[in-house]
Each structure stands twice: as structure tokens, then as C-alpha cells.
Design a protein around this ligand. Structure first.
Ligand code: NAD
Length: 454
């Protein structure tokens, strides 16, 4: 839709957002917000129901778009991009009233007459901008959108241009289901996003990389707009000597190679001692074969790399260590086999940046002390994973490191607990969302004091 000169007379009402100048679009949504209808619980619930209906009625269309963009299997598309937002919506619908209830606080200060009360209430912010990435292009647009609507805001939703089929589909479908005076989809890349970022929003929710995160935050500073930055980074997995290696390898492989490794919370690399490393290498090769068969290129369950730029970046990392399994690649198909690398040095290319692809390096450390030092010498990760039966080890990982989330035993599963905040810290981002945390993110917590006049 972007770039095509559509006059307002030709533009179907449903596509009005895409044809409008950004300033007009934001002004229109702000007028809706000021009109007050987005504040009612009924309106919020209705929008969430409609979003849910879109997801259930277009599961197959979404799966087809996600297959075109990322070679996603139907199971992965359904699970991560349709069922995940549905669960989030259902949980929100069930608890929204309770989450929005004003909270009293104890009035402990002296000097207030009897009958005085104090508390907080959530106010919606106004017009929210949601900028989504390509790797889970539906989930990462729709879950923040649902949260912003549940909190009573109007929303400009900007899908990623690097997932063009999903972007086009959502730009067509969202206006068919949602209140068009409150939600608009703007497709496009850097120029369109830059034009949006010049506007004054009441909150900007960005998911993607730290370089663009800085651009977003600079633009937001002009208007003192608060931001949530959902970024990435290298999420380590520490495997202790006492861990069940077979089970650990199965869970690591499942998490790492989903979406061909293009998941922000995928385990980026493994830290373990030399003995455990040997056993883990064998177990990982077996786990990968269990998941994708002897030839993952022929497995419908295994995805593809999003584009040739990322394919070239990833294949340049394959020489960073000894190949335990995988290594095969095919540029025409944007295919890179699930790959495990051993004997990987801390200074090797694969350890210099977030991998964001199907390459799992194993870095050997002498013990837990060295693992903790290794983690703390680097940027704070979005997630840290531990595989251990040892309570003291768990406690040390929890208290001596900092990461957006910490998961023992099952990587990436913390995302599926909607009452847990999902977000990063330091280089992996700021702010959080999911469930009640989305309401907190997309609202202002207003302090209220009520003192009787009598
Ligand atoms: P991307 O290239 O799709 O970019 C994300 C968004 O930024 C897009 O909508 C894009 O149009 C916009 N954008 C790109 N350049 C811009 C610019 N110069 N100015 C303004 N906007 C611009 O996605 P990506 O950044 O490649 O995504 C991958 C990264 O995102 C990884 O680092 C990954 O870890 C991270 N990520 C984080 C999460 C999370 O929830 N924390 C989820 C997914 C991905």
C-alpha cells in the first residue's frame, strides 16, 4: 500500500490509515481518544473480541503469509502467531476489569481528616505507536496492540517491511475488524517509520534491534514520549555437570531451532564445562535429528532465513568452531541446517553479536564462577537459561547475574506465562509487557487523594 498515490476518494474507508499523512492520522486518532469512547470497558472488550475473531477466522491466511515470509511450518505459525495472541487476549478479557480497578493505598501520613482516602488508578495514555519486527511479525504486532487497546488507547500499528506478506495481510484485515477511528496500520520501511516518529505519540512501543532502538528513543525524546524497547542480544544457556544431558539437549534444540533460530529469546550460546560439553554435543545432534529427521532441508517443520542479507551474515559465522552437526546451507533456498559448533573461543566471530539464526556455539568454561564472570562481562541479556538440579547454583545465577528473564529447565517458556513481565534490561531493552504488565505499560498510574471538605 505504501507509496501508491491513493486519493481519499478512491481509498476504501478501511484503508484510510495507510493513505493519510502521518500528522493527519495521529490527529484523527487523538480526536477519537479525546472523544472518550476508548475508555469504556465495553469498547476495549469489543476490540479484543474482534481481534480474537480475526485470528480465528484467518488462521490459514496467516499461516500462508508466514510461510511465504519465513518458511514457517503451520504448527509454528499457529502456535506462536495465532494461539499465543489468542491466549493473551483471553487472559486479558478474563482479568481486565480486575486489573483496571483503582487500588487503595494506606493513608499513613498524619494530618488528614477522618474519611480521607488515597489510591491509584490507571489512565489510558492516548495515541500509541507500535513498531514490530519481522521474526514473529504477527505476534509482535498484535500482542502489544491488544495491550494498548485493553488499556484504552488508540493505536498506530507499523508491521515490519521485511515480512511483506504478513504486513500486507494485517494491513488488510485489521481495518476490517477493528474500530478504524482508533486503530490504523501503516505499512512501510525506514522513510514511513521516520515520518511516523516525527509525530507526537503518547507512548512508543518498539521491538527490534538496539541500533534502531536508539533512533526511536532519540525521536521520542523530542516530544518527551515514553518508550518501551523490546530488544535482543546474546541469551546464554548454562549447563551444569549434574544436568540430565538428554533432556537438556532436547529442550535446547527445540527452543534454539524454532523459526530457524530467529527468535529474540532463543538460547544464543551454551556455557558448560569440557566434560559436559562432550556429552551435550552427542545429545544435541540426536535431539536435532529427532526434531527434523536426517535431512532438515526436507522437513516441513524447519523454517528458512528471512532474506539473503541475514543468510550471508549467518554463513560467515559457520567457521567459528568445529562443526558437531549441521553446517549445510543453500543460498537459493535461504536454508541453513541446524548447526552446533564446539571448541568456540570467546573472541570468535559467532560470539561477537547476537546470532539470530540456527547456529548454536558451545563455549567451555571451567566452572560456575567462570560462567557467571563470562555472562557479567557482556551486555545484559534478554534471557538467561540454567540447566541444573543444584539449588545453590540456581540461587547464584539468580542473584549474581542480571537479565530480562531467567528460566531454569525450559528455555523460552517464561514468555508463555502471561502474568510474568516480558522485557529486557540494559542493552536488551527497557519496559515490559504481557498480561497485566501491558496495562501498566500502556497506562499512566495516577495518584489520587480524596479529602472530605467537612
Ligand atoms: P526489523 O528490521 O523488522 O526492524 C524492526 C522495525 O524497525 C521494523 O518495523 C522496521 O521498519 C523498523 N525500522 C528499521 N529501521 C528503521 C529506522 N532506521 N528508523 C525507524 N524504524 C526503523 O527487525 P530487526 O531489528 O532485524 O529484528 C531483530 C532484532 O529484534 C533482534 O535483535 C531481536 O533479538 C530483536 N527482537 C526482540 C524481541 C523482543 O521481544 N525483545 C522480539 C523479536 C525480535
Amino acid at each position: 500500500m505504501t507509496g501508491s498515490p491513493v486519493t481519499s476518494a478512491e481509498a476504501p474507508a478501511a484503508a484510510a490509515g495507510a493513505a493519510e499523512a502521518p500528522a493527519d492520522l495521529v490527529a484523527r486518532l487523538r480526536a477519537t481518544f479525546r472523544g472518550g469512547r476508548t475508555r469504556s470497558l465495553d469498547w476495549r472488550a469489543q476490540q479484543l473480541w474482534k481481534l480474537r475473531t480475526l485470528l480465528t477466522e484467518h488462521r490459514a491466511d496467516l499461516a500462508a503469509a508466514l510461510h511465504a515470509d519465513l518458511g514457517k511450518s503451520e504448527a509454528e505459525a499457529s502456535g506462536a502467531e495465532v494461539d499465543f495472541p489468542i491466549r493473551e487476549i483471553d487472559h486479558t478479557l478474563e482479568h481486565l476489569e480486575e486489573w483496571l480497578r483503582p487500588r487503595p493505598v494506606a493513608l499513613s501520613a498524619e494530618g488528614f481528616p477522618a474519611g480521607s482516602t488515597a489510591g491509584t488508578r490507571y489512565d489510558p495514555l492516548g495515541v500509541v505507536l507500535v513498531i514490530a519486527p519481522w521474526n514473529y511479525p504477527a505476534q509482535l504486532l498484535l500482542v502489544p496492540l491488544a495491550g494498548a487497546l485493553a488499556a484504552g488507547n488508540t493505536v498506530v500499528a507499523k508491521p515490519s517491511e521485511l515480512a511483506p506478506a504478513t504486513s500486507a495481510l494485517l494491513a488488510r484485515l485489521l481495518p476490517e475488524y477493528l474500530d478504524n477511528d482508533a486503530v490504523a496500520v501503516v505499512e512501510g520501511g525506514v522513510p514511513e517509520t521516520t515520518a511516523l516518529l516525527a509525530q507526537r505519540f503518547d507512548h512508543i512501543f518498539y521491538t527490534g534491534n538496539g541500533t534502531v532502538g536508539r533512533i526511536v528513543m532519540r525521536a521520542a525524546a523530542e516530544h518527551l514520549t515514553p518508550v518501551t524497547l523490546e530488544l535482543g542480544g546474546k541469551s546464554p544457556a548454562f549447563v551444569d555437570r549434574d544436568a540430565d544431558v538428554t533432556r537438556t539437549a532436547q529442550r535446547l534444540a527445540r527452543a534454539k531451532f524454532q523459526n530457524a533460530g530467529q527468535t529474540c529469546v532463543a538460547p544464543d550460546y551454551v556455557l558448560t564445562d569440557p566434560e559436559t560439553s562432550k556429552a551435550l554435543q552427542i545429545a544435541l545432534a540426536e535431539a536435532i535429528e529427532e526434531l527434523y529427521g536426517p535431512d532438515p532441508a526436507a522437513s516441513p517443520a524447519y523454517g528458512r532465513i528471512v532474506n539473503h542479507r541475514h543468510f550471508d551474515r549467518l554463513t560467515a559465522l559457520l567457521d567459528s568452531g568445529r562443526t558437531v552437526t549441521g553446517g549445510a546451507h543453500d543460498r537459493a533456498q535461504k536454508y541453513i541446517a541446524p548447526t552446533v559448533l564446539a571448541d568456540v573461543g570467546a573472541r570468535s566471530p559467532v560470539m561477537q553479536e547476537e546470532i539470530f539464526g540456527p547456529v548454536l556455539p558451545i563455549v567451555e568454561v571451567a566452572d560456575l564462577d567462570e560462567a557467571i564472570a563470562f555472562i557479567n562481562d557482556r551486555d545484559k541479556p534478554l534471557a538467561l537459561y540454567g540447566f541444573t538440579e543444584n539449588e545453590a547454583t540456581r540461587r547464584r545465577l539468580a542473584t549474581e547475574t542480571s537479565s530480562g528473564g531467567l528460566g531454569f529447565g525450559m528455555p523460552m517458556a517464561h514468555l508463555r506465562v502471561p502474568d510474568l513481565p516480558f522485557g529486557g534490561v540494559g542493552e536488551s531493552g527497557m519496559g515490559a509487557y504481557h498480561g497485566p504488565h501491558s496495562i501498566a505499560t500502556f497506562s499512566h498510574r495516577k495518584a489520587m487523594l480524596d479529602v472530605p471538605l467537612t
